[in-house]
Design a protein around this ligand. Structure first.
Ligand SMILES: *Cc1c(COP(=O)(O)O)cnc(C)c1O
Length: 379
């Protein structure tokens, strides 16, 4: 089945009691049993909910996986993966990950004796060099947030397979429309469904997709034991969002391409970070593993001061100044003081994330209007 058909039909079955074409929002905490233990597979809504079940089936289908699990946020999904580990275990991860992932690793899990080793994963050899007998998991994100660095998923999967350890990929930026890490050998895919999957800036949610039944059982156990499950209304919203993912992504990519090229020619812009440019350091890998280059990009101004960046950030009208990404409306963001404020400045600068960097989540409005807005703001 082709992608567009999958996105629309994934997890969709007419409701057995009424034939409703849309999965109902089963707003219930518990289910009546005929006799103790005699039930229809639903006992208590932290463990099972029909709306969530339909969504989890959809999650599996859209990433070409066998299983999907829904969580109350993207970080809750990441949290569940790290809870597979024990004190003394080591995780190798990217040195420019999403700030909230970095915070979860360093501020929450380090104190439980799990060790996180940060390397530049854009060169897969760095992962190989960092392996130790205690390494249990490699966590990568590609493209990264906000510098749009690209890691070769298949090359990393070859390393983790040889070492018999898990590879998890945060696929939030690409979305399943652009890239399917399970097909490239990853064991786990994680999404912040808050972003492109939901797509309308109206829900917080996360998910995990996988092929291995044992891994699914372990993660389901964590999901129900720790309880970070999404409510049925949120599941409904993400199910609905997925139906238009391909249509939205096509437009995100097209607008992204137009704006990246326009910014690159702008006399006041010094650098544009977008994996579609041939001069992007890992353009060839992006081309190999992604179907297009997405609607996320970052840029720096020739006047490299934070003050000038702040002026531009508060001068747009169509681009709203806000954290998050992947919605139909365009957003502008200052990673240094917003999404990445939880990373120490020294660490940030070392990884190339300057004080003046501006990140755009290009929406699906008319590209001419977006360019006009940016042009007035940059001046
Ligand atoms: C937003 C985001 C997360 C965290 O997801 P939440 O839904 O906000 O908890 C993780 N990774 C990336 C790349 C993100 O953009």
């Amino acid at each position: 089945m082709k992608q567009a058909t999958k996105f629309i039909h994934a997890g969709a079955h007419p409701d057995p009691s009424t034939g409703a074409i849309m999965t109902p929002i089963y707003q219930t905490s518990t289910y009546v049993q005929e006799a103790p233990g005699v039930n229809k597979g639903f006992e208590y809504a932290r463990s099972q909910n029909p709306t969530r079940k339909a969504l989890e089936e959809a999650f599996a289908v859209i990433e070409n996986g066998k299983f999907g699990l829904a969580f109350s946020s993207g970080v809750a999904a990441t949290d569940a993966v790290i809870k597979l580990l024990s004190p003394g275990d080591e995780v190798i991860c990217a040195n420019d990950m999403y700030g909230g992932t970095y915070r979860l690793f360093t501020k929450v899990f380090e104190k439980y004796g799990i060790k996180f080793i940060y390397v530049d994963t854009t060169n897969a050899d760095n992962i190989k060099k960092a392996l130790s007998p205690n390494t249990k998991l490699v966590w990568i994100e590609t493209p990264t947030n906000p510098l749009m660095n690209i890691t070769d998923i298949a090359a990393v999967a070859a390393i983790t397979k040889a070492a018999k350890i898990l590879l998890a990929v945060d696929n939030t930026f690409a979305s399943p429309y652009l890239q399917n890490p399970l097909d490239m050998g990853a064991d786990l895919v994680m999404h912040s469904a808050t972003k492109y999957l939901g797509g309308h800036s109206d829900v917080i949610q996360g998910c995990l997709m996988m092929n291995d039944a044992d891994l699914r059982e372990k993660l389901y156990f964590i999901q129900k034991s720790c309880g970070a499950v999404p409510g049925p209304m949120d599941c409904f919203l993400v199910l609905r969002g997925i139906k238009t993912l391909h249509v939205r992504m096509k437009q995100h990519c097209e607008n992204g391409r137009i704006i990246a090229h326009w910014l690159q020619k702008h006399p006041k812009v010094s650098k544009v970070y977008w994996p579609g440019f041939e001069e992007h350091p890992n353009h060839a890998i992006a081309k190999k593993q992604m179907r297009d280059f997405g609607g996320m990009l970052s840029f720096e101004l020739k006047d490299n001061s934070e003050a000038e960046a702040r002026r531009v950030l508060s001068s747009t009208h169509l681009f709203s100044l806000a954290e998050s990404l992947g919605g139909v409306e365009s957003l502008i963001n200052h990673p240094a003081s917003m999404t990445h404020a939880s990373i120490p400045r020294e660490e940030r600068i070392k990884n190339g994330l300057s004080d003046s960097l501006i990140r755009l989540s290009i929406g699906i409005e008319d590209a001419d209007d977006l360019i006009n807005d940016l042009n007035k703001a940059i001046g």
